[in-house]
Ligand binder design. Sequence first.
Ligand SMILES: Nc1nc2c(ncn2[C@@H]2O[C@H](COP(=O)(O)OP(=O)(O)OP(=O)(O)O)[C@@H](O)[C@H]2O)c(=O)[nH]1
Ligand SMILES: [Mg+2]
Length: 505
Amino acid sequence: MLSTPLQKGRSLATNLCASFAFMALPTAPSASSASLLQSSSAGLSGLVTGLRDHLTAPFSEPSLRLGVTGLSRSGKTVFITALVHNILTGRRLPLFRPSADARILAAVLRPQPNLDLPRFAYEANIDGLLGPQPVWPESTWRLSQLRLAISYRPNSLIKRALPGPHLLNLDLIDYPGEWLLDLPLLSMSFEDWSDQVIEAAKQPARAALAQPWLDALGRLDLNAEQDERAFIEVAQLYSSYLRACRAKNLLISQLQPGRFLMPGDLEGSPSLTFSPLPRPRGNLKKAGFFAACAQRYEAYKKFVVRPFFQDHFSKLDRQIVLTDLLGAAASGPEAVADLQTAMTTVLQAFRPGGNSWLSQLMRGRRIEKILFASTKADHLPRGQHPRLAGMLEELAFEPANNARFKGADVAFQALSAIRSTRQARLREAGQTYDGLTGWLQGHSQPKVFYPGELPATLAELKRGIDSPLAQTRFLPPPRMDQEPQGLPHIGLDRALDFLLGDLLS
Ligand SMILES: Nc1nc2c(ncn2[C@@H]2O[C@H](COP(=O)(O)OP(=O)(O)OP(=O)(O)O)[C@@H](O)[C@H]2O)c(=O)[nH]1
Ligand SMILES: [Mg+2]
């Protein structure tokens, strides 16, 4: 029987050989320009400012900083790679109006405005995806940047009357969503944060994962002389607990400090070598272990969290937030509830309250467009995509409503930046069902799957789904460079239209 909703992701061996073929166009050469550095450092806060600059200073080159974020493995790197490739190679993207109307004249990669930031590894990523054995990009753990300059023909008569060329410098910033979840730390003391983390660690779903760390906390003398070995031991146990939670999609909204999971260059620094601690009873020694951990926590906020918001986040104009809702639902009810908390925190960062540290930092600048996309939509047949987007919207209704009330343009959609499956019709006992074909590691031919159906309501989804497909890792399809339509995708064009369409009009 195939009728049980999302409970029987089945694979039927077939020899279906879907062809993902398209033609590659040469990548345009990159050009350097000192003026680009200037225009981007001025930054533009979106449409209104963008248009105004264009009208009043026709020779300047407007730039837009688009933040691409989401929790680890949500699809950020694949999204940017697919976006850049499709625009660079001049593919027609039907729902991206400037592209559908053939108003995008050319696009090139240019030197990025911030020379001190890692460059997004576009070339390595696309080479991997289009190679003879296509592979997904490597996992990334830090912020990176890429500048795509787009020359376009406006459709607005006023803009057309202005001397050209009409150009938009699109600065794409890929950064881990985990860094946004650090924002609440700024308003929390070490004691309050510790209480919250320890309390959450004792909840049934997490207690077993937290046990070695909680046991170590029980053995600690909070007033002991500072011995670096003790810091390292407790920090490592706490990090292992966070990693175990992340692997099980548990408590993602509270995996702080975010850099414990992706320390990068900060690995081993004291600002990353501490742990939440139980409140001490009795007198506290100023030079003791507890006081030192509290000091390191404050150092983490000062040297890691604040600089990120100050130097990078506050300069973004628009945002896409990628969310693996299907993956969370397949991990169970706790994971979905926690994803909801994470989305609320993320939206708070985008629309900070009046008196917060962040709103003072932003000085009235606001992210005006936020797109929430439920990624890996290619794990479901097309008929279920609206429901996937609807569920995400329902999940984030309250904070999104709040953001809209404060003037942000917020949208939700289902997305697969690279579609690695194809629709298939399955037949069983005289009935037909929507299925999918896709490539799996170790198989020379694509396989056919019955992915089942998403539950009808968010309440049901929150109870979790039992779908092997939700966590299946399809391979990128072969020979994508021979597809005339560009890299196959679901909704990439729609996403671009929401995020950029008005600026290219
Ligand atoms: N089927 C399918 N899988 C995808 C798609 N996008 C991402 N994936 C899968 O998700 C994994 C993570 O994608 P990335 O783009 O590397 O995600 P990320 O958010 O950059 O991950 P980190 O760099 O680890 O934070 C990939 O290795 C793929 O397995 C998609 O559009 N379709
Ligand atoms: Mg990445």
